[in-house]
Design a protein around this ligand. Structure first.
Ligand code: EPS
Length: 388
């Protein structure tokens, strides 16, 4: 199979998360430290709650890898929930459930109410455990593998936080991967030190007021060959595939490719990227307003994706809701939560973009062994005379 596919399973306070990744070529060298690093990066960020002190997410590779190289077979990845030992009675698959408190107060903004209605449950925990952003640990495990495949074909992916609540970072131009060095050491994964300090202050201020905070992040990818995705059918357009993957991240409500909202308010002459050619560079552009995609295909420029995340819907000062048993007004369910997850969401965004791009490479270049993939890419680059 030459498509990158993955599926996750697991509840937030159940025994653990499972990811199955399919469709990688054989012979790809995997780096365990790189995998651990991505898992640890997802746990970072000022504004995370108590859970991140309990967990130390580590990936147990159960299949598909031997002697540090992929076998071409499905890769099964397990991430244990350390917190499960505190939740066995409430979450264990074979416990009776007798005497376990149910959640009857759906939180506005969470999956609680539509999930209860759709699946016919009495207890919103049956919904919220799977809807929880804990599932993103399983996505990042898959994304870390996708990233290593992409690195093997010359693609680099990075992210940074561009807004937290009302604090906006200055618009960055022409970022290169090297500009992201140290971004994970910043408490909010922001590239601008003054903005970062203001973001931390804003988190502290609103946290004291029992508020949660949303924001925006940006993910970039460099080194993509032109022509990934296709203009021929809606389902093959890479912009649509990226948008689906990014908006599927818990709490993400908006996505754009490049500076879409600015472009929407610009005249046509200032909305596009004029085409140039030189013997040294081949085709090139002097701007990247398209965010690296034209007609649903990569155009050889860096890919730029923005995402908007709403504030976490579990509030320590809960919003008004209704008890689904009595139908009486009550305050929404309250449990341990984060103030903001925007810094971590950028890491999840990297993972989801890596997954879509790995799939696009598998789709376009096929190959059973990583050397087949590299040879197919080299032949294509030669055909279109593309230089990195
Ligand atoms: C998360 C684990 C969760 C939350 C958060 C993300 O842990 P717990 O529910 O035990 O505190 O910190 O989940 C949510 C934001 C949510 O809405 O459910 C994680 O591992 O990232």
């Amino acid at each position: 199979m030459s498509r990158f596919r993955f599926t996750t399973a697991g509840e937030s306070h159940g025994p653990g998360l499972t990811t199955i990744v399919e469709g990688l070529p054989a012979g790809l060298e995997l780096d365990r430290e790189g995998l651990d690093r991505d898992m640890a990066r997802r746990q970072l960020g000022h504004g995370r709650g108590g859970r991140m002190k309990i967990e130390k997410d580590a990936v147990d590779v159960r299949s598909g890898v031997r002697h540090r190289h992929t076998l071409g077979s499905p890769i099964a990845l397990l991430v244990a929930n350390r917190d499960y030992e505190n939740w066995v009675e409430r979450m264990g698959p074979w416990e009776s459930g007798e005497g376990v408190a149910q959640v009857h107060l759906p939180r506005p903004g969470h999956a609680d109410l539509p999930g209860l209605q759709k699946y016919g449950f009495d207890d919103a925990r049956n919904v919220l455990e799977r809807a929880s952003a804990r599932e993103t640990a399983a996505r990042v495990a898959a994304g870390a593998i996708a990233r290593q495949f992409l690195e093997a074909v010359g693609v680099t992916i990075r992210s940074h936080v561009t807004r937290i609540s009302g604090v906006q970072a200055p618009a960055p131009h022409d970022l290169q991967p090297a500009d992201f060095e140290g971004v994970d050491d910043d408490p909010v994964r922001c590239l601008d030190a003054d903005t970062s300090a203001a973001m931390v202050e804003e988190i502290n201020r609103l946290r004291k007021e029992n508020e949660s905070l949303g924001g925006t992040f940006e993910v970039r990818a460099w080194g993509l060959v032109p022509g990934l995705g296709s203009h021929v059918s809606w389902g093959e357009k890479l912009d649509g595939r990226i948008a689906q993957a990014i908006v599927s991240i818990q709490s993400v409500k908006g996505v754009s490719i490049g500076p879409a909202w600015d472009v929407a308010s610009s005249p046509g002459s200032e909305a596009h990227d004029e085409i140039f050619h030189s013997d040294e560079r081949g085709y090139y552009r002097e701007t990247n307003r398209a965010g690296g995609l034209e007609g649903g295909m990569t155009n050889g420029e860096p890919l730029i994706v923005h995402a908007a995340i709403k504030p976490i819907s579990t509030l320590t000062k809960p919003l008004r809701s209704v008890n689904v048993h009595t139908k009486e007004p009550e305050q929404a369910h309250k449990e341990r939560t984060d103030s903001t997850v925007v810094p971590a969401a950028g890491v999840v965004g990297e993972a989801m973009l890596a997954i879509v791009l790995a799939d696009a490479y598998r789709e376009k270049f096929g190959g059973d062994h990583i050397d087949d993939v590299r040879a197919a890419i080299a032949a294509y680059e030669q055909r279109i005379d593309w230089r990195r």
